[in-house]
Design a binder for this molecule. Sequence first.
Ligand SMILES: NC(=O)C1=CN([C@@H]2O[C@H](COP(=O)(O)OP(=O)(O)OC[C@H]3O[C@@H](n4cnc5c(N)ncnc54)[C@H](OP(=O)(O)O)[C@@H]3O)[C@@H](O)[C@H]2O)C=CC1
Ligand SMILES: O=C(O)[C@@H]1CCC=N1
Length: 264
Amino acid sequence: MAKIGIIGIGNMGFAILKGLLKTYEKEDIIFTDVNKERCTQITSEMGVAHRESNAQCAGQAKYVVLAVKPQYFDPVLSDIRKEVTENHVIISIAPGITTAQLKEKLGEKTRVVRAMPNTPALLGEGMTGVCYDEKDFSQEEKETIGDIFRSLGRMRIVEERLMNAVVCASGSSPAYVYMFIEALADGAVKYGLPRDAAYEMAAQTVLGSARMVLETGEHPGALKDKVCSPGGTTIEGVSALEEFGFRNAVIKAADACFKKCEKL
Ligand SMILES: NC(=O)C1=CN([C@@H]2O[C@H](COP(=O)(O)OP(=O)(O)OC[C@H]3O[C@@H](n4cnc5c(N)ncnc54)[C@H](OP(=O)(O)O)[C@@H]3O)[C@@H](O)[C@H]2O)C=CC1
Ligand SMILES: O=C(O)[C@@H]1CCC=N1
């Protein structure tokens, strides 16, 4: 019996697999996917065994991560329903699908964890928001749930009502950060910097700035002020960003993302 089974080994399922391998042994993990060619390829490259069906994967692991798109949840839940026992911990990473909906489909006694990770989990640099009903789990299980998500990067327990906000903050937002890096690089390429140097400089700047926020504990506004020399270059750029509604554009992205979570 493996410890963790992953159903769906696409973008997020694969990132979780890679992240888990930073902490867990290959033998602790199994996975499955409709695409059997992909399963065989991943097994031969990573040495992690796969199973031929969703039912087998769920039947042979205690912690089962559901990593398929929300529209494929119904068939996957009916595939695994017969295998799921009261000992299982079912982990859903789908936006918008509630614990109550999952329990309704899998049986009221099913123990469910909802999580919203992000793709930097691939490097162990992910951020995951997690919610579950404390009273359903033993201390050991709560520790394992923590270990699973900390092996992907940082994790925070949140109330279920905040899970859609987590999608806005960290689940979807790597896409916006990549767009920002691309735009920063384009701006520098416009003034002659070679493309590879521009990506390196933009990406390292985002990485370093993020670490400044996390590790100094200073307010992002205070850190911004330290870059803006009076009468200098940066405040000119800040002023242009404000003119074009930069911060409001990011907040509007959260509005759109939140609205979509509610519709799923
Ligand atoms: N991508 C991200 O950044 C994040 C995604 N999520 C959530 O993770 C989940 C997966 O997303 P993502 O990895 O991007 O999606 P992908 O489409 O990349 O991966 C899903 C995988 O599941 C496979 N699949 C489809 N149907 C079944 C089935 N019935 N049984 C087994 N496997 C199946 C797909 O195969 P095929 O391609 O052939 O259909 C695919 O390989 C979604 O709920 C998403 O919202 C959460 C946080 C971040
Ligand atoms: O775009 C999506 O629906 C998924 C959920 C969070 C990130 N990707």
